[in-house]
Design a protein around this ligand. Structure first.
Ligand code: ARG
Length: 278
């Protein structure tokens, strides 16, 4: 009796073990698909480290056509359109803060805004203080002179005075390379171009797109293009990885779906550089 019971018990235990093993082997119940995490234009993204929900405060030096400037009482330009598009796709409103170019980086680092866009060239030195998005524009420098100038290029700059905006790559390039010239810094590029028009200086070194815009708006002339191989980036605070990733992802989308090309052709002639073409 006893032995039969024991055998029965062993059988039951064995069966149970088998059943358990079968259970464990059974494929998992198919799970309901995860909610797709799509960016909804109307839903503010709230994990981007923004001070104010639904708003991205963006610093710029809004005096650099055709990237950012005020005309007819309205802030406009290539950077403005691009930033507004990025923000809209993240469900955010842009609140613009206008400040001096030279102050942008320290003010962003001091949390006075969430991001900056200012036709700002990505440089190693700047990237020590703030983080830059992927490049969104390619630029070079250009030398601008008056209509009757004898200066035909950088070879004629000895003894001349050259203007640039404070804190820019143009100013740095001039100081480094035009060592026989006097470099004068201005708070804005329009101020530098104004001084050139008033014959107070002999030339201005500025980013080519801004120099070309100035040529179109006045009788100043672009006399030489200097290939400095610069790219612009959007700046964010160094520890705000979420915002940086959101900006980069959205920028890539804007390039891929041709919106970049649309914005580009609003402000510039010619082909969209290959890296920004869809
Ligand atoms: N790309 C140049 C730089 O980063 C000039 C930018 C000037 N931008 C402006 N908004 N004033 O230094």
């Amino acid at each position: 009796m006893r032995s039969v019971n024991l055998r029965l018990l062993i059988s039951i235990v064995a069966l149970l073990a088998l059943a358990l093993a079968a259970c464990a082997d059974e494929p998992d119940e198919p799970e309901a698909p995860d909610e797709v995490d799509e960016v909804d234009e109307d839903e503010p993204v709230d994990d981007l480290g923004l001070a104010q929900e639904g708003v991205i405060v963006v610093g710029s030096d809004i005096d650099f056509p055709p990237f950012e400037f005020i005309e007819d009482g309205e802030i406009q330009g290539f950077d403005v359109d691009l930033m507004e598009e990025i923000a809209a796709r993240l469900g955010l409103e842009v609140e613009w803060v206008d400040t001096g170019f030279d102050a942008l980086i320290s003010q962003l680092a001091a949390d006075e805004f969430d991001a900056l866009i200012a036709a700002m060239t990505i440089t190693e030195e700047r990237a020590e203080t703030i983080a830059f998005s992927d490049p969104y524009f390619e630029a070079t420098q250009a030398l601008v002179v008056g209509p009757d100038s004898d200066i035909t290029g950088v070879g004629d700059l000895a003894g001349m005075s050259v203007g640039a905006q404070d804190g820019t790559t143009g100013e740095a390039y001039a100081e480094e390379n035009f060592t026989d010239s006097t470099i004068t810094s201005f708070p804005s590029y329009p101020a530098a171009f104004g001084a050139l028009e008033a014959d107070q200086i002999d030339a201005v070194l500025a980013d080519l797109p801004a120099a070309a815009e100035q040529e179109a708006r006045s009788d100043l002339v672009v006399t030489e293009v200097i290939d400095t191989d610069e790219v612009y980036g959007i700046g964010v605070q160094q520890d705000n990885e979420a915002l940086l990733a959101a900006i980069n992802d959205t920028l890539a989308e804007i390039i891929a779906d041709g919106t970049y090309a649309d914005i580009y052709s609003t402000w510039f002639e010619g082909d969209v550089p290959p890296r920004f073409a869809d």
